[in-house]
Design a protein around this ligand. Sequence first.
Ligand code: PRT
Ligand code: ZN
Length: 286
Amino acid sequence: MLKIAIQKSGRLSEKSLELLAEAGINVANSDRKLVAQASNFPIALLYLRDDDIPQCVYDGVADVGVVGENVLLETGYKLDVVERLGFGKCRMSLAIPKSEKYDGIAWFNGRKIATSYPKILQDFLNKNSVQASIHHISGSVEISTGVGIADAIFDIVSSGSTLISNGLKEVDVALHSEAVMVGKRAQLEQEPEKIATLEKLMFRLQAVQKGRKSKYVMLNAPAASVEKIISVIPGMKSPTVVPLAQEGWCSVHSVLPEGQIWEIIDQLHSLGAQGILVMPIEKMIL
Ligand code: PRT
Ligand code: ZN
């Protein structure tokens, strides 16, 4: 039985469960007791506070855990990243009152910075040869400058609206973070049953993740343009081209990367493609 630690409640918990559900794993535990077993896969979930997950994996209480890289780095446990999960994306940034003139990282010399992430901040300051004092607080970091606790803050930023509503501006990014699955690879490799379960799980999670990053595209095009159209949509191996009932027309099907979808559609459109359909992909196995 592979034990997976996930956040009990918070920004990563629903997304972690969603990913497992899309990988076909049923975990019936609506009240989220400490431990829940999957009914159709040899895994058990441990519901914990995110801050406790790295230590729990390090000590072997759980075999792997899902946690933000920010928490992993702050706790300092040496764990292997088994898989990057593509959700919980955020950055860790320095922010100062918006009325301050910022002339580069040296601005922070001799200043006081409030944060809940003193280790990541200290490492970043050392790397940039900045001497500043760190004021460690556990929450509401964004109000620190307003109430006179500190000159600046170092905190998680996602949309940036929390900073703006507290009269702050983001001036430097120390880290980009996302949810990762962590474990101790050397330890896992000594347990063949667990590693086999983990590999099976990874195969499914990767299929879900690849699907999320891609779109299935279908379009109609004049036969004379098909060659040019194919050159802008290479597809997984090669695109499917099917003749339409109407003579001189074809239907082209392919898989496109989500991030470039609009650029490619613009090109397809200008090459004469019509009836372009873009559809989500649930799972993708190459
Ligand atoms: O109870 P537990 O200890 O388990 O949870 P927690 O309260 O410590 O963590 P939680 O659930 O708030 O966040 C879990 C993880 O989600 C974090 O460690 C990050 O890896 C990730 N994450 C992604 C975020 C955000 N986005 C985020 N926006 N964590 C926190 N925030 C907060 C941030 O602290 C700030 O107050 O949102 C605010 C900023 O958001 P914007 O959109 O206004 O910039
Ligand atoms: Zn926490």
